[in-house]
Design a binder for this molecule. Structure first.
Ligand SMILES: Cc1ncc(COP(=O)(O)O)c(C=O)c1O
Length: 319
């Protein structure tokens, strides 16, 4: 999609990306510098790893043609004010491209309310197989020229979904959506006759509320661990602005050592930059091993969090 959009860009055109984003929503836009476009990067507030909206406002100019923004950070869990950034982009006539890969399993997405031009996500994040999903406004999908073989259909969506479809993957995505709808019917207080759409909305609301409680238990517990540095939003009253994904460091060991120690105890976390490279560079931790990410989903439990906290406590206090 970035290459197709790039066909409309040239020297003098500007693209805005953010320091909070996964490189998947930075590198493809940077590649358009080959066409003469300029890429600007909106900064973050390092205190709480939120987007610096003042810097975003400065980065967006009359030359901006596209603003690429993540819905939420896969590294520190910050949920961005996407609707506001879309408004800022549209005010100068730029397109708004949203990377919802991290956010999708954690809450409902309403592309019409956001008014974004494009929104991408990866179904494997919401418990389906490896596929890619893209929403785009019809006018753009019909205007932009995709890179495709000539005989492939020229109507939308055929011109974007070229070749033989990944039928087994699509069946898996449909099954994952059914699973989420079922979760909504079981936990969201809606009955079996409810439409799938309503059941999905109920599921995502139930997931959001359950994960918020888990995040609170995790973050309050982490903040009590001696020698622990916590990156991102930490005040419970602001948890509406984050997903239950957090990043930490311990003074006593490297992120890699910490991840290995937790792995030995059956707790799976990831260390490094998790591809959010601009962020670890900005936080000044890239050279020293990045951070350790602990990501929760709706299948995690309070007991698992307590076990993780107990291990961290023993590691840092020896008690
Ligand atoms: C925010 C975000 N964007 C993009 C990606 C990349 O998605 P994919 O692995 O489907 O290329 C990820 C994967 O972790 C992500 O978290």
């Amino acid at each position: 999609m970035s290459r197709a959009i790039g066909r409309e860009l040239g020297p003098g055109d500007e693209i805005v990306v953010t320091r909070l984003d996964h490189d998947a929503n930075v590198a493809p836009w940077r590649a358009l510098e080959e066409r003469g476009a300029t890429v600007r990067m909106a900064d973050i507030d390092v205190e709480d790893c939120t987007l610096d909206m003042g810097d975003m406002a400065r980065a967006i100019t009359a030359n901006t043609r596209l603003v690429a923004i993540g819905y939420a950070s896969n590294a520190v869990g910050t949920i961005n004010d996407v609707a506001e950034v879309v408004r800022m982009a549209h005010a100068v006539g730029a397109l708004a491209y949203v990377d919802a890969v991290h956010y999708a399993p954690h809450g409902p997405i309403d592309v019409r309310a956001l008014d974004c031009d494009f929104l991408a996500c990866s179904p494997y994040k919401f418990f389906a197989p490896h596929m890619g999903a893209l929403y785009g406004k019809r006018a753009h999908l019909e205007r932009l020229q995709p890179y495709k073989v000539r005989p492939a259909g020229n109507n939308t969506p055929d011109r974007w979904e070229t070749g033989t479809k990944n039928h087994e993957g699509l069946a898996g995505v449909a099954a994952a959506i059914d699973y989420l709808a079922e979760l909504g019917r079981n936990t969201g207080g809606v009955d079996a006759t409810t439409s799938r759409r309503a059941a999905l909305l109920a599921a995502m609301a139930a997931i959001r509320s359950y994960e918020r409680d888990l995040a609170e238990r995790l973050i309050i517990g982490l903040l009590a661990i001696p020698g622990l540095t916590f990156y991102g939003i930490r005040e419970p009253e602001r948890f509406g602005q984050r997903t239950p994904t957090v990043s930490i460091r311990l003074a006593s060991c490297t992120p890699h050592e910490l991840a290995a120690r937790l792995g030995e105890q059956g707790i799976f976390v990831w260390d490094g930059n998790y591809y959010a490279l601009s962020l670890t560079e900005r936080l000044g931790v890239e050279e020293s091993g990045g951070m350790v990410r602990i990501g929760l989903a709706h299948y995690n439990t309070a007991e698992e969090i307590d076990r993780l906290l107990a291990i961290l406590h023993t590691m840092t206090t020896g008690a």
